[in-house]
Ligand binder design. Structure first.
Ligand code: AVI
Length: 324
């Protein structure tokens, strides 16, 4: 265990940015009303998301995993020796496929997982250290924007990984800022591996966010429990209904909560009262679906030239490798 701990360190760079509730006040005062989607992820929300990833309708996780399994060695051979940095590492389950490939290639190397959950980082690190003797782990607990400025000194090239099409949860404006941050924090020669969900038949997309077991509905409604807990609120989740649909104009899934009656909600710790009319909605998430040609253009344009794209046989999901 001592030996494991000597290969592990965790910098806690959590900041209070998301705790002030300012973003909640702003979103709920907006017309139409919105909530930031990172409020999905309290303990229960993270468990529900894990369940979503295994649902028959939710194809992205298993499709991306399939592409990784098929091409991980090719990716590793293409980049050569690298330290791996992962944004939103979670349980690092898919990353293990890459860790296996990089273990074949090189001796000692470092994995730098970045996640908001310190507990998750620690639990995952212990498992990984037991399974990968060549690996050192330098975990960063915090939000991406800040963590990117706290990367440990690089002794070799880096591969920055952002899987799961989480980039799709950003608006086009947020995405542009995010890509600029990535570009600025990489050294020339470093790689960026991005997982993206692609545009496809509306019915497939719609089912992925309206599963039969209603786990996605529970995940969506859980955001209200989280807000109640965090800001001393009185949302009654039973007065809301899950609604997810594909917006074909904007190429995005939109998740909303529909208010089932006229209601006044208070978030006491924020000094906020929100009036909702029956049928009014709160948008809780967008999940953008990409056109690989347009995305390639954008990545090239922002200084992250695309080297290779791998897709599954149905062309549903893509892994894009860029090199600064
Ligand atoms: C985390 N993110 C990429 C998921 C998605 O598909 O946009 C979140 C999710 N929301 C509902 N189901 C899954």
């Amino acid at each position: 265990c001592d030996q494991k701990i000597s290969r592990y360190c965790c910098d806690n760079i959590q900041t209070k940015v998301h705790d002030s509730g300012l973003d909640v006040v702003r979103g709920l005062s907006h017309d139409p009303k919105t909530l930031p989607s990172y409020y999905f992820y309290d303990q229960r929300g993270s468990e529900l998301f894990e369940q979503i990833c295994g649902l028959p309708e939710y194809y992205p996780t298993r499709t991306e995993q399939g592409i990784l399994a098929k091409y991980a060695q090719e990716i590793a051979d293409l980049t050569g020796n690298c330290d791996l940095v992962e944004l939103g590492s979670g349980s690092s389950r898919k990353t293990r496929i890459l860790l296996d490939a990089y273990t074949q290639l090189q001796g000692k190397f470092t994995y730098i997982p970045i996640d908001v959950s310190t507990t998750m980082l620690q639990a995952t690190a212990l498992d990984l250290l037991a399974d990968y003797p060549q690996l050192s782990i330098h975990a960063l607990a915090g939000v991406y924007e800040i963590a990117l400025h706290h990367l440990p000194p690089a002794f070799q090239q880096r591969l920055l990984i952002f899987l799961g099409s989480t980039i799709g949860n950003l608006s086009p404006q947020e995405e542009a800022i995010f890509l600029q941050q990535i570009q600025q924090n990489l050294t020339p020669g470093d790689y960026f591996l991005l997982g993206v969900d692609l545009q496809k038949d509306v019915n497939i997309l719609s089912s992925a966010y309206n599963d039969n077991q209603r786990i996605t509905a529970e995940f969506n409604l859980n955001i209200l429990h989280h807000l109640n807990h965090k800001f001393n609120g009185n949302f009654n989740p039973e007065n809301f209904q899950h609604w997810a649909f594909y917006n074909q104009e904007l190429n995005q899934i939109e998740m909303h909560l529909i208010s089932l009656e006229n209601q006044a909600i208070k978030l006491f710790d924020l000094g906020l009262e929100v009036i909702l009319m029956a049928q009014e909605t709160i948008r809780t998430e967008i999940s953008r679906k990409f056109d690989i040609r347009l995305l390639t253009k954008q990545l090239n344009h922002c200084g992250l030239p695309v080297q290779r794209v791998w897709q599954d046989e149905r062309g549903w999901f893509a892994l894009v490798l860029c090199q600064k």
